[in-house]
Every structure is written in structure tokens, then in C-alpha cells.
Write a protein that binds this ligand. Structure first.
Ligand code: GLV
Ligand code: MN
Ligand code: MN
Length: 423
């Protein structure tokens, strides 16, 4: 039996689409271990069960659906000596979202992976090594603040006790949230046995930018990820009456905060970097009171470490000076940090070859966005396929990929998995 390329995609995509979408904004609120994200997990289990794939969660809450290979058809590592199981080819992405995120960031990779398995089976493909579809937990850090938390835990890039104690905006810890969802937080931590079973990881993802559109290409390959990180900035002043406190008497944390927003923009422009303050809270939050405290989250990304450090130093120095000028206390705390990642060049060349074999030319692009493939790159060869995003908009309800390009993504992933998991 053969199947029109990508034809399994639309129904699967439609089945995930309503979960966690806010009716007002049209954006997704799939925060890790929240009811909406648990529905996504149930969707994953169903997609696996419908395909006869063995679904498992690891101790960190990352999900895997395994296309196991019968013992008789196993290809041993390097020719099958020593009874070693061949290492699996893993693919997938994540199902959680940023607040009011788009439909594609993460889910496109997971849905495409299941659709690709359908496609390969319809074509009669029999893998010689296992294929795993993965959905990593808390990739966005949208609830507990640390991006790629599931893959960091898996690879030992974050201490499990620290992770267990991370709190969401309501004070709930990761440990409590997992426990409430029926997942034992005692299992958090590195899993070398699982990692040893993975030969490589290929993540398909919507492009977060519009370079492919400019190049007239539906599919791209990732070259590298910029170094990046998140910092929480705390400005502490004194609450006072908006109608009676004289300007000269105030210790208003909103003023150094506002100065810092502009300083971030200027520092980024000077260093060829990106700096964003996209989240801010003010206490006590009264329209008729000077704030007692302002907390802001700074995200900085840059093509290199020196431009990242230069941007950050400039912003923190400006924040400290502005705080002092307004008699406000200032402190900061790094919530997450990711060094520059160069994806495995041999694996990328292999992907390019497999794509070329299907007549697909895939430009190679760097990106400022973080991905689990970047974290896993510390432990195994990883690569990424990008699917064209005509507007480039992401982390927004306006994020979009055309159906034809989603189908092209399945065709591309099928070519790659055939090559990597075939005989
Ligand atoms: C994840 O999408 C990130 O780059 O923040
Ligand atoms: Mn994202
Ligand atoms: Mn993503």
C-alpha cells in the first residue's frame, strides 16, 4: 500500500488542535502538568496506542512511543556483533506551550513524527532499528521557568533536587505538580540507560523566522543555536499613596524597571543581540498606589558568548544604576542558561543527503530559539528539520505553516527516518 505523502497528518493535527486553546485569544495554554497538558499527554498515549506503539514516560515526565523492531530483523550496532541492540532513531518535539502560544511550536514535530510512521508503514518500510517518537516535558519553561526542563533532567544538565523545588507563579513546586498528576517526582534525574538506547535525535520544528520563505524553500536544516538565557530582575521599593506621596519622596520600583526595558533594547542593538522583557509583575498591583516591588524577566540571545555577556552586563549595570538613583533595591537571579550549540555536522550531512535523494534542497540555518535537540546534543548526535513559516511569527497565536509545507515536512522526515533507521 502506498499513501499520498503527508496524508496522515491532517486528521492527527485536527485531533490535537482544540486541546488547551483559549477561546478568547486563540492562543494555547498548555502548561506542564496542567489539565490541558495532561490532555495532550492522553492524546499522545492514544496516538501511540492507535499505531500499536509502546508508550512510556521516563522519570522526568518525557513521553516516548516506541516502534520496536522484532528480534529477528534487528540490525546490531556496527553489524550486529555482541548481541547489542541497535540504537534507536528518536524524533519528536514537545507539546507544552508558552502563554498564548501558537499551534505549531512543538506539536508540529510530534504530529509529524506519528504521521511519518503511518507514511513509512503504508510504504511497507520495515525499520532495522527502533524508532522512538518523543515529547519532552516543559520545553518552554512556561510554568516552572527553566526552558527544556525535561531534556535537561534527562541528560543531567540540572540537579533533580533543584528541579523538584522549582515553583510556578502560584507557588506550586514541580514535585507537587507531578505528584498531583500521578507521576512520582522521586524519579526525576538523569537516565543514562535510556540515553544509551538512543543513537540520534532528529527534531522537526516550525521555523521561528522567515528565512526559508525568503529562500523559497519549504524545508531547512539547523546549523546552530545561539547561546541564550533568562534572568529574573527584582526591583524593591516602597508602596505609597498615588495621590499624596510627593514625587521626591517616592521609592518607585517601576521607574528603574522602565529604564531597564529601554536599556535592554539599546544594549541588544549595540551588540547585534536580542534582549526582551516580556513578562512583568508589580506588587501590590493597585492603580492608585506606588508599587512596592516589580519583578521582570529578561531574555537575552546573541550570536556568540561575548555579545551575550556584553548585552547582559550592560542591562544589569543600567538597572543597578537606575535603581540606585530611585532609592530602590535591585537584585537578579539567572533562571536558565544555554550555551551555544553546533549541531552534529555528520548527522546534518546525512540528513542533507537523504533529502537530496528525494529532490529536497534544504538550506542550513542558525537560530536564536532554544530546543530539546540543543540540550540532547551534549549526549548524542542531534539534528533539526525546519518547516517554512511564511510570516516568521512564533510564540504567538499568529504562528502558521501552510498545509502543503506540513506535508513536505512529513515527506522530509520520512526520507530521513528511512535512511537512519533502514537497513
Ligand atoms: C523556546 O522556544 C525558546 O527559544 O524560548
Ligand atoms: Mn517555543
Ligand atoms: Mn519549540
Amino acid at each position: 500500500m502506498s499513501r499520498r505523502p503527508g496524508s496522515a497528518f491532517p486528521a492527527l493535527w485536527e485531533s490535537l488542535l482544540p486541546i488547551g486553546r483559549d477561546a478568547g485569544t486563540g492562543g494555547y495554554r498548555r502548561f506542564c502538568w496542567s489539565p490541558a497538558e495532561l490532555e495532550c499527554r492522553a492524546w499522545f498515549q492514544r496516538a501511540a496506542a492507535d499505531r500499536g506503539l509502546r508508550a512510556r514516560a521516563d522519570g522526568n515526565g518525557n513521553l516516548y512511543a516506541w516502534w520496536d523492531v522484532p528480534a529477528a530483523s534487528l540490525a546490531g550496532e556496527a553489524g550486529g556483533s555482541g548481541g547489542l541492540l541497535p540504537r534507536a532513531v528518536a524524533t519528536g518535539s514537545h507539546l507544552d506551550s508558552v502563554p498564548d502560544g501558537g499551534a505549531f511550536d512543538g506539536p508540529l514535530g510530534v504530529v509529524s513524527a506519528f504521521a511519518t510512521i503511518d507514511q513509512l508503514r503504508a510504504e511497507g518500510f520495515e525499520p532495522a532499528r527502533p524508532i522512538a517518537v518523543a515529547a519532552f516535558a516543559e520545553e518552554e519553561g512556561g510554568r516552572f521557568g527553566v526552558a527544556c526542563l525535561g531534556s535537561r533532567l534527562l541528560t543531567g544538565a540540572i540537579d533533580p533536587a533543584t528541579a523538584r523545588g522549582l515553583r510556578d507563579a502560584g507557588g506550586v513546586t514541580l514535585g507537587q505538580a507531578m505528584h498531583a498528576a500521578g507521576h512520582d517526582p522521586a524519579g526525576l534525574g538523569p537516565d543514562d540507560e535510556l540515553l544509551a538506547r538512543l543513537g540520534c535525535y532528529v527534531e522537526l520544528h516550525i521555523e521561528q523566522g522567515r528565512k526559508l520563505d525568503g529562500l523559497g524553500a519549504a524545508i531547512g536544516l539547523a546549523e546552530s543555536i545561539w547561546p541564550h538565557g533568562r534572568w529574573r530582575l527584582d526591583f524593591t521599593g516602597r508602596a505609597d499613596h498615588a495621590g499624596t506621596a510627593a514625587l521626591a519622596d517616592r521609592a518607585d520600583p517601576m521607574l528603574p524597571y522602565a529604564h531597564t526595558v529601554l536599556a535592554a533594547r539599546n544594549a541588544a542593538a549595540e551588540h547585534g543581540a536580542l534582549a526582551t522583557i516580556g513578562k512583568v509583575t508589580a506588587q501590590p498591583g493597585a492603580a492608585n498606589a506606588v508599587s512596592s516591588a516589580v519583578h521582570a524577566w529578561l531574555d537575552v540571545r546573541a550570536p556568540g558568548t561575548s555579545s551575550l555577556d556584553g548585552t547582559l552586563d550592560q542591562v544589569l549595570t543600567a538597572a543597578a544604576a537606575a535603581a540606585q538613583a530611585h532609592r530602590v533595591a535591585f537584585s537578579w537571579h539567572q533562571e536558565s542558561s544555554t550555551p551555544a550549540v553546533e549541531f552534529d555536522s555528520a548527522l546534518r550531512a546525512r540528513l542533507a543527503g537523504a533529502l537530496a535523494g528525494r529532490g529536497i534542497t534544504a538550506p542550513v540555518l542558525p537560530t536564536g530559539a532554544g530546543h530539546d535537540a540543543g540540550i540532547l546534543a551534549a549526549r548524542l548526535p542531534t539534528a533539526m528539520l525546519f518547516v517554512r513559516n511564511p510570516t516568521g511569527v512564533s510564540h504567538s497565536p499568529a504562528e502558521h505553516a501552510d498545509p502543503g509545507d506540513c506535508a513536505a515536512g512529513v515527506t522530509a522526515l520520512a526520507a530521513v527516518l528511512r535512511d537512519l533507521a533502514g537497513r
